[in-house]
Write a protein that binds this ligand. Structure first.
Ligand SMILES: [Fe+2]
Ligand SMILES: [Fe+2]
Length: 254
């Protein structure tokens, strides 16, 4: 499936909202997901751990080409995109600080993400990094659509403030979903490279996330409490493997 921006550039608003979750996350319990679910709490924590450095990478990839954009509307949207991603990075870092206090290995994952992306930037061209950003932005926008459109998915976050954090992030991902793609096209990026990048990153993202969640679970004492993991896995497969999430991931990668 080709990624077609749904809004024309002129219609798209990309506002930067000043927001802070730090204070309200101070009392977050360890297993914050719906019904104190083990796996879903670790999935949300693992996702959040890659966001801050991932967002920084997106911003650098797009900013590199800012001076080459001649369309003033797209230039304005790039400003909005950078503002939104910078705020996402800041707020997910605050969430990660709280997760770190609770014993999640998020800081290790943050460092790994940072190193991995630095290596990618050294080895690959700026246009390839922009292709990766456009592909990953398409991927996150699809996940965002799931969060925005499906009440059941939103409820899985459990804790109100965690839900608000992901909902705010999802809303803004949906607002700026085509910006990196438009910049990529404007600077002559090829569709073939973007599609190949998308297929490779899809598997890397899913495998990387699965490994992170597994490590995170292994380091959690509650994983070893009798029946806990089995009960959580049953809920997860019901929703994740057979249900809505899998459909959306397949759609995103098509
Ligand atoms: Fe973001
Ligand atoms: Fe984004």
């Amino acid at each position: 499936m080709l990624f077609m921006p749904q809004n024309t550039q002129a219609q798209r608003k990309v506002p930067t909202r000043r927001i802070s979750f730090e204070e309200s996350l101070k009392d977050l319990p360890k297993h914050f997901s719906a019904d104190g679910d083990l796996i879903l709490s670790h999935v949300a924590a693992s996702l959040s751990s890659v966001f801050p450095d991932g967002e920084d990478f997106f911003v650098r990839s797009v900013r590199h080409f800012r001076d080459q954009i001649t369309d003033p509307e797209l230039k304005r949207q790039v400003g909005g995109f950078i503002g939104q991603e910078a705020m996402h990075g800041r707020e997910h870092r605050a969430f990660n600080d709280r997760l770190d206090q609770l014993g999640y290995p998020v800081k290790r994952f943050e460092r790994l993400t940072k190193k991995g992306l630095a290596i990618r930037e050294r080895l690959m061209s700026p246009k390839s990094n922009l292709a990766a950003t456009a592909a990953l932005e398409h991927f996150t926008a699809t996940l965002a659509e799931l969060v925005l459109s499906d009440q059941r998915t939103r409820d899985l976050f459990g804790n109100e403030e965690v839900k608000n954090l992901f909902l705010w992030h999802a809303l803004e991902e949906s607002e700026h979903k085509a910006v990196a793609f438009d910049v990529y096209k404007a600077v002559g990026g090829s569709e073939r490279t973007r599609v190949i990048t998308m297929s490779v990153l899809r598997y890397m993202f899913v495998l990387g996330m699965a490994a992170q969640v597994a490590i995170s679970l292994l380091l959690d004492r509650d994983t070893y409490r009798r029946g806990n993991l089995r009960r959580s896995w049953r809920n997860f497969t019901l929703f994740g493997v057979n249900g809505t999430l899998n459909d959306k991931l397949n759609t995103a990668a098509a």
